[in-house]
Design a protein around this ligand. Structure first.
Ligand code: SF4
Length: 364
Protein backbone atom coordinates (compact mmCIF):
# COMPACT_ATOMS: atom_id res chain seq x y z
CA UNK A 1 0.00 0.00 0.00
CA UNK A 2 1.44 3.37 -1.04
CA UNK A 3 2.79 5.50 1.81
CA UNK A 4 2.77 2.52 4.18
CA UNK A 5 4.98 -0.24 2.81
CA UNK A 6 7.90 2.05 1.94
CA UNK A 7 7.80 3.39 5.51
CA UNK A 8 7.97 -0.10 6.98
CA UNK A 9 10.96 -1.41 5.05
CA UNK A 10 13.14 -3.47 7.37
CA UNK A 11 16.44 -2.44 5.77
CA UNK A 12 15.59 1.25 6.23
CA UNK A 13 14.62 0.64 9.85
CA UNK A 14 17.84 -1.28 10.55
CA UNK A 15 19.91 1.44 8.95
CA UNK A 16 18.20 4.16 11.00
CA UNK A 17 18.61 2.22 14.24
CA UNK A 18 22.35 1.90 13.49
CA UNK A 19 22.56 5.65 12.81
CA UNK A 20 20.71 6.44 16.04
CA UNK A 21 23.11 4.24 18.04
CA UNK A 22 26.11 5.85 16.36
CA UNK A 23 24.98 9.43 16.88
CA UNK A 24 23.82 8.76 20.46
CA UNK A 25 27.45 8.02 21.44
CA UNK A 26 28.29 11.66 20.73
CA UNK A 27 25.69 12.86 23.23
CA UNK A 28 27.08 13.41 26.69
CA UNK A 29 23.92 12.99 28.77
CA UNK A 30 20.75 10.96 28.82
CA UNK A 31 18.31 12.31 26.29
CA UNK A 32 14.56 12.51 26.90
CA UNK A 33 12.32 12.66 23.86
CA UNK A 34 8.58 13.11 24.29
CA UNK A 35 5.94 12.08 21.78
CA UNK A 36 2.86 14.28 22.11
CA UNK A 37 0.37 12.11 20.31
CA UNK A 38 -1.44 8.96 21.38
CA UNK A 39 -1.12 7.47 17.90
CA UNK A 40 2.68 7.82 18.13
CA UNK A 41 2.55 6.13 21.55
CA UNK A 42 0.73 3.20 19.93
CA UNK A 43 3.18 3.06 16.98
CA UNK A 44 6.21 3.14 19.29
CA UNK A 45 4.75 0.25 21.30
CA UNK A 46 3.47 -1.71 18.34
CA UNK A 47 6.74 -1.58 16.37
CA UNK A 48 8.92 -2.11 19.45
CA UNK A 49 10.78 1.16 18.86
CA UNK A 50 11.50 1.80 22.55
CA UNK A 51 13.43 -1.45 22.79
CA UNK A 52 15.60 -0.45 19.80
CA UNK A 53 16.90 2.70 21.45
CA UNK A 54 20.41 3.06 22.91
CA UNK A 55 20.54 3.21 26.69
CA UNK A 56 20.88 6.98 26.85
CA UNK A 57 17.83 7.72 24.67
CA UNK A 58 14.57 7.60 26.58
CA UNK A 59 11.22 7.85 24.83
CA UNK A 60 8.44 9.16 27.05
CA UNK A 61 4.78 9.74 26.32
CA UNK A 62 3.06 13.06 26.83
CA UNK A 63 -0.51 14.31 27.13
CA UNK A 64 -1.49 13.33 23.60
CA UNK A 65 -4.56 11.21 24.21
CA UNK A 66 -7.64 13.47 24.27
CA UNK A 67 -9.66 11.12 26.43
CA UNK A 68 -6.84 10.71 28.97
CA UNK A 69 -6.38 14.45 29.52
CA UNK A 70 -10.08 15.13 30.07
CA UNK A 71 -10.37 15.98 33.77
CA UNK A 72 -12.51 14.10 36.27
CA UNK A 73 -14.66 17.22 36.77
CA UNK A 74 -15.66 17.13 33.08
CA UNK A 75 -16.73 13.47 33.35
CA UNK A 76 -18.68 14.30 36.53
CA UNK A 77 -20.50 17.11 34.70
CA UNK A 78 -21.31 14.79 31.79
CA UNK A 79 -22.63 12.15 34.21
CA UNK A 80 -24.81 14.71 35.99
CA UNK A 81 -26.20 15.90 32.66
CA UNK A 82 -26.92 12.33 31.55
CA UNK A 83 -29.12 11.85 34.63
CA UNK A 84 -31.27 14.89 33.87
CA UNK A 85 -34.75 14.34 32.55
CA UNK A 86 -35.07 15.39 28.90
CA UNK A 87 -31.30 15.38 28.32
CA UNK A 88 -29.72 13.09 25.74
CA UNK A 89 -25.95 12.87 25.86
CA UNK A 90 -23.97 12.29 22.65
CA UNK A 91 -20.29 11.37 22.77
CA UNK A 92 -17.32 9.80 21.03
CA UNK A 93 -17.10 6.16 22.17
CA UNK A 94 -13.83 6.37 24.10
CA UNK A 95 -15.41 8.62 26.70
CA UNK A 96 -17.84 5.97 27.92
CA UNK A 97 -15.47 4.07 30.17
CA UNK A 98 -13.45 6.97 31.58
CA UNK A 99 -13.92 6.98 35.34
CA UNK A 100 -15.37 10.06 36.99
CA UNK A 101 -15.40 10.65 40.75
CA UNK A 102 -18.03 8.01 41.45
CA UNK A 103 -19.21 6.52 38.18
CA UNK A 104 -18.68 6.42 34.42
CA UNK A 105 -20.91 7.15 31.45
CA UNK A 106 -20.90 3.43 30.66
CA UNK A 107 -22.39 2.64 34.09
CA UNK A 108 -24.93 5.44 33.78
CA UNK A 109 -25.94 4.16 30.34
CA UNK A 110 -26.46 0.71 31.86
CA UNK A 111 -28.59 2.36 34.54
CA UNK A 112 -30.85 3.87 31.89
CA UNK A 113 -29.34 7.27 31.06
CA UNK A 114 -29.83 8.25 27.44
CA UNK A 115 -26.26 8.25 26.10
CA UNK A 116 -25.52 7.78 22.41
CA UNK A 117 -22.14 7.10 20.81
CA UNK A 118 -21.36 8.85 17.53
CA UNK A 119 -18.38 9.15 15.22
CA UNK A 120 -19.38 12.65 14.14
CA UNK A 121 -20.90 15.61 16.00
CA UNK A 122 -23.10 16.09 12.95
CA UNK A 123 -24.97 12.87 13.87
CA UNK A 124 -25.65 14.39 17.30
CA UNK A 125 -27.11 17.44 15.58
CA UNK A 126 -29.38 15.19 13.51
CA UNK A 127 -30.46 13.50 16.75
CA UNK A 128 -31.40 16.93 18.13
CA UNK A 129 -33.48 17.68 15.01
CA UNK A 130 -35.31 14.37 15.45
CA UNK A 131 -35.96 14.97 19.16
CA UNK A 132 -37.09 18.57 19.44
CA UNK A 133 -38.68 17.96 22.86
CA UNK A 134 -35.27 16.90 24.28
CA UNK A 135 -31.96 18.64 24.91
CA UNK A 136 -29.04 16.98 23.08
CA UNK A 137 -25.59 17.66 24.55
CA UNK A 138 -22.50 16.67 22.59
CA UNK A 139 -19.30 16.13 24.59
CA UNK A 140 -16.83 18.41 22.84
CA UNK A 141 -13.42 16.95 23.62
CA UNK A 142 -10.25 16.48 21.61
CA UNK A 143 -7.54 18.59 20.05
CA UNK A 144 -7.25 20.74 16.93
CA UNK A 145 -8.03 17.67 14.80
CA UNK A 146 -11.61 17.08 15.95
CA UNK A 147 -12.66 20.59 16.95
CA UNK A 148 -13.05 22.06 13.41
CA UNK A 149 -15.75 19.43 12.81
CA UNK A 150 -17.50 20.41 16.04
CA UNK A 151 -17.21 24.09 15.07
CA UNK A 152 -18.74 23.40 11.66
CA UNK A 153 -21.61 21.49 13.29
CA UNK A 154 -22.33 24.46 15.58
CA UNK A 155 -22.34 26.79 12.57
CA UNK A 156 -24.90 24.53 10.87
CA UNK A 157 -26.99 24.45 14.07
CA UNK A 158 -27.00 28.25 14.12
CA UNK A 159 -27.91 28.52 10.43
CA UNK A 160 -30.76 26.06 10.94
CA UNK A 161 -31.81 27.82 14.15
CA UNK A 162 -31.72 24.57 16.13
CA UNK A 163 -32.36 25.46 19.75
CA UNK A 164 -32.02 22.07 21.48
CA UNK A 165 -28.41 21.25 20.51
CA UNK A 166 -25.57 22.10 22.90
CA UNK A 167 -21.99 21.16 23.64
CA UNK A 168 -20.10 20.67 26.90
CA UNK A 169 -16.85 22.52 26.14
CA UNK A 170 -13.71 20.48 26.78
CA UNK A 171 -11.61 20.82 23.61
CA UNK A 172 -7.91 21.53 24.01
CA UNK A 173 -4.94 22.99 22.14
CA UNK A 174 -1.58 21.27 21.74
CA UNK A 175 1.03 24.10 21.47
CA UNK A 176 0.16 25.65 24.89
CA UNK A 177 0.56 22.31 26.69
CA UNK A 178 3.89 21.75 24.91
CA UNK A 179 4.99 25.16 26.13
CA UNK A 180 3.88 24.25 29.66
CA UNK A 181 5.92 21.03 29.53
CA UNK A 182 8.92 22.84 28.01
CA UNK A 183 9.07 24.97 31.15
CA UNK A 184 8.96 21.99 33.54
CA UNK A 185 12.41 21.69 35.11
CA UNK A 186 11.56 18.27 36.60
CA UNK A 187 11.35 16.56 33.21
CA UNK A 188 13.76 18.57 31.06
CA UNK A 189 12.58 17.41 27.67
CA UNK A 190 15.36 17.40 25.06
CA UNK A 191 13.17 17.00 21.99
CA UNK A 192 9.57 16.72 20.91
CA UNK A 193 8.13 14.25 18.42
CA UNK A 194 5.23 16.49 17.37
CA UNK A 195 1.81 15.07 16.64
CA UNK A 196 1.14 14.24 13.00
CA UNK A 197 -2.64 14.64 12.93
CA UNK A 198 -2.77 17.91 14.88
CA UNK A 199 0.02 19.30 12.69
CA UNK A 200 -2.08 18.69 9.57
CA UNK A 201 -4.47 21.33 10.93
CA UNK A 202 -2.15 23.78 12.71
CA UNK A 203 0.91 23.45 10.43
CA UNK A 204 4.63 23.12 11.16
CA UNK A 205 5.09 26.83 11.86
CA UNK A 206 2.92 26.60 15.00
CA UNK A 207 5.79 24.96 16.90
CA UNK A 208 8.45 27.50 15.93
CA UNK A 209 8.30 29.21 19.32
CA UNK A 210 9.52 26.03 21.06
CA UNK A 211 13.04 25.87 19.57
CA UNK A 212 13.21 29.68 19.45
CA UNK A 213 12.25 30.23 23.09
CA UNK A 214 13.17 26.95 24.82
CA UNK A 215 15.91 25.61 22.52
CA UNK A 216 14.08 22.30 22.19
CA UNK A 217 14.07 20.71 18.72
CA UNK A 218 10.72 19.60 17.32
CA UNK A 219 10.19 17.06 14.55
CA UNK A 220 6.76 16.51 13.05
CA UNK A 221 6.59 12.81 12.43
CA UNK A 222 4.46 10.36 10.51
CA UNK A 223 3.29 7.18 12.20
CA UNK A 224 5.17 4.40 10.46
CA UNK A 225 8.35 2.97 12.02
CA UNK A 226 10.66 4.59 9.45
CA UNK A 227 8.96 7.95 10.11
CA UNK A 228 9.47 7.69 13.85
CA UNK A 229 13.04 6.36 13.70
CA UNK A 230 14.01 9.05 11.19
CA UNK A 231 12.38 11.72 13.40
CA UNK A 232 14.37 10.51 16.40
CA UNK A 233 17.54 10.63 14.32
CA UNK A 234 16.73 14.19 13.18
CA UNK A 235 16.21 15.36 16.78
CA UNK A 236 19.51 13.81 17.87
CA UNK A 237 21.25 15.45 14.94
CA UNK A 238 19.82 18.88 15.91
CA UNK A 239 21.05 18.31 19.46
CA UNK A 240 24.56 17.44 18.27
CA UNK A 241 24.65 20.47 15.98
CA UNK A 242 23.12 22.62 18.74
CA UNK A 243 20.72 24.06 16.17
CA UNK A 244 17.24 23.38 17.55
CA UNK A 245 14.51 24.00 14.99
CA UNK A 246 11.24 22.62 13.68
CA UNK A 247 11.71 19.89 11.07
CA UNK A 248 8.78 18.54 9.13
CA UNK A 249 9.41 14.84 8.51
CA UNK A 250 5.72 14.33 7.61
CA UNK A 251 5.76 16.57 4.53
CA UNK A 252 3.58 14.17 2.58
CA UNK A 253 0.68 15.33 4.76
CA UNK A 254 1.68 18.40 6.85
CA UNK A 255 2.17 21.90 5.38
CA UNK A 256 3.97 24.84 6.98
CA UNK A 257 0.74 26.75 7.58
CA UNK A 258 -1.55 23.76 8.05
CA UNK A 259 -5.14 23.63 6.89
CA UNK A 260 -6.19 27.27 6.77
CA UNK A 261 -9.87 26.51 6.09
CA UNK A 262 -10.11 24.21 9.12
CA UNK A 263 -8.38 26.86 11.27
CA UNK A 264 -10.80 29.54 10.06
CA UNK A 265 -13.83 27.39 10.89
CA UNK A 266 -12.37 26.50 14.29
CA UNK A 267 -11.55 30.07 15.33
CA UNK A 268 -14.74 31.57 13.94
CA UNK A 269 -16.69 29.55 16.53
CA UNK A 270 -14.18 29.03 19.36
CA UNK A 271 -11.57 31.18 21.07
CA UNK A 272 -8.69 30.16 23.37
CA UNK A 273 -9.36 29.98 27.10
CA UNK A 274 -7.67 28.51 30.14
CA UNK A 275 -8.32 24.81 30.52
CA UNK A 276 -7.89 22.06 33.07
CA UNK A 277 -5.86 18.99 32.06
CA UNK A 278 -6.13 15.79 34.06
CA UNK A 279 -3.22 15.47 36.45
CA UNK A 280 -1.67 18.69 35.18
CA UNK A 281 -4.15 21.34 36.30
CA UNK A 282 -5.12 24.61 34.74
CA UNK A 283 -3.01 25.65 31.73
CA UNK A 284 -3.29 29.16 30.34
CA UNK A 285 -4.96 29.44 26.93
CA UNK A 286 -4.78 25.69 26.38
CA UNK A 287 -8.51 25.15 25.84
CA UNK A 288 -11.31 26.43 23.67
CA UNK A 289 -14.56 28.14 24.64
CA UNK A 290 -17.38 29.31 22.40
CA UNK A 291 -17.20 32.87 21.12
CA UNK A 292 -19.86 35.27 22.32
CA UNK A 293 -21.98 34.85 19.16
CA UNK A 294 -22.10 31.06 19.69
CA UNK A 295 -22.45 31.02 23.51
CA UNK A 296 -26.09 29.96 23.14
CA UNK A 297 -24.76 26.46 22.30
CA UNK A 298 -22.82 26.13 25.57
CA UNK A 299 -24.83 23.88 27.89
CA UNK A 300 -23.23 25.54 30.91
CA UNK A 301 -24.84 28.82 29.83
CA UNK A 302 -28.25 27.14 29.89
CA UNK A 303 -27.98 24.77 32.86
CA UNK A 304 -26.03 25.27 36.07
CA UNK A 305 -24.11 22.00 36.53
CA UNK A 306 -23.19 21.69 40.17
CA UNK A 307 -21.05 18.58 40.57
CA UNK A 308 -19.88 19.06 44.15
CA UNK A 309 -16.57 17.64 45.30
CA UNK A 310 -14.33 15.99 42.69
CA UNK A 311 -12.72 12.79 43.90
CA UNK A 312 -9.44 11.82 42.22
CA UNK A 313 -8.18 8.25 42.46
CA UNK A 314 -5.07 8.71 44.58
CA UNK A 315 -3.59 5.33 43.67
CA UNK A 316 -3.70 6.10 39.92
CA UNK A 317 -0.56 7.69 38.42
CA UNK A 318 -2.24 8.93 35.21
CA UNK A 319 -1.47 12.57 36.04
CA UNK A 320 2.27 11.87 36.41
CA UNK A 321 2.26 9.65 33.32
CA UNK A 322 0.60 12.38 31.23
CA UNK A 323 3.37 14.79 32.28
CA UNK A 324 6.02 12.24 31.34
CA UNK A 325 7.26 11.98 34.92
CA UNK A 326 6.33 8.33 35.38
CA UNK A 327 5.75 5.33 33.15
CA UNK A 328 2.99 2.71 33.57
CA UNK A 329 5.46 0.20 35.10
CA UNK A 330 5.89 2.65 38.01
CA UNK A 331 2.21 2.29 38.91
CA UNK A 332 1.59 -0.45 41.51
CA UNK A 333 -1.85 -1.11 40.03
CA UNK A 334 -0.61 -1.69 36.48
CA UNK A 335 -1.53 -5.17 35.30
CA UNK A 336 -2.26 -6.41 38.84
CA UNK A 337 -5.51 -4.50 39.31
CA UNK A 338 -5.70 -2.09 36.40
CA UNK A 339 -6.05 -3.56 32.91
CA UNK A 340 -8.15 -2.81 29.81
CA UNK A 341 -11.07 -4.89 31.17
CA UNK A 342 -10.90 -3.15 34.54
CA UNK A 343 -9.42 0.31 33.93
CA UNK A 344 -8.77 2.35 37.06
CA UNK A 345 -7.61 5.47 35.21
CA UNK A 346 -8.22 6.99 31.77
CA UNK A 347 -4.74 6.06 30.46
CA UNK A 348 -5.89 2.42 30.54
CA UNK A 349 -9.27 3.17 28.93
CA UNK A 350 -8.41 4.70 25.62
CA UNK A 351 -6.84 2.64 22.84
CA UNK A 352 -4.23 5.42 22.61
CA UNK A 353 -3.68 5.74 26.36
CA UNK A 354 -0.11 5.18 27.54
CA UNK A 355 -1.06 2.49 30.08
CA UNK A 356 -3.23 0.64 27.61
CA UNK A 357 -0.41 0.75 25.02
CA UNK A 358 2.16 -0.53 27.51
CA UNK A 359 -0.27 -3.25 28.57
CA UNK A 360 -0.82 -4.36 24.99
CA UNK A 361 2.73 -4.14 23.61
CA UNK A 362 5.34 -3.61 26.30
CA UNK A 363 4.53 -5.82 29.26
CA UNK A 364 7.68 -7.35 30.66
FE1 SF4 B 1 -3.85 4.75 36.38
FE2 SF4 B 1 -4.14 2.17 35.73
FE3 SF4 B 1 -2.32 3.60 34.49
FE4 SF4 B 1 -1.99 2.95 37.05
S1 SF4 B 1 -2.03 1.53 35.33
S2 SF4 B 1 -1.65 4.93 36.12
S3 SF4 B 1 -4.10 3.01 37.79
S4 SF4 B 1 -4.53 3.90 34.40
Amino acid sequence: MKYIEEYRKTDLQKNLVKKIHKISKKLKKNIILMEVCGTHTVSIGRFGIRSLMPENIKLISGPGCPVCVTPTSYIDKAILLSKMKDVILATFGDMLRVPGSFSSLEKEKANGSKIFVFYSPYDALKLAEENLDKIVVFLSIGFETTTPLIAETIKIAKEKNIKNFFILCGSKLIPPIMEFLSQDKEIEIDGFICPGHVSVIIGANSYKFIPDKYKIPCVISGFEPVDILFSIYLILKSLINDRPKVINEYKRVVRDNGNIIAQQVLYSVFEPSDSEWRGIGNVKNSGLRLREEYKEFDIEEKIKINIGEVKEKKSCFCGEILKGKKIPFDCPLFEKICNPSNPVGPCMVSFEGTCSTYYKYERR
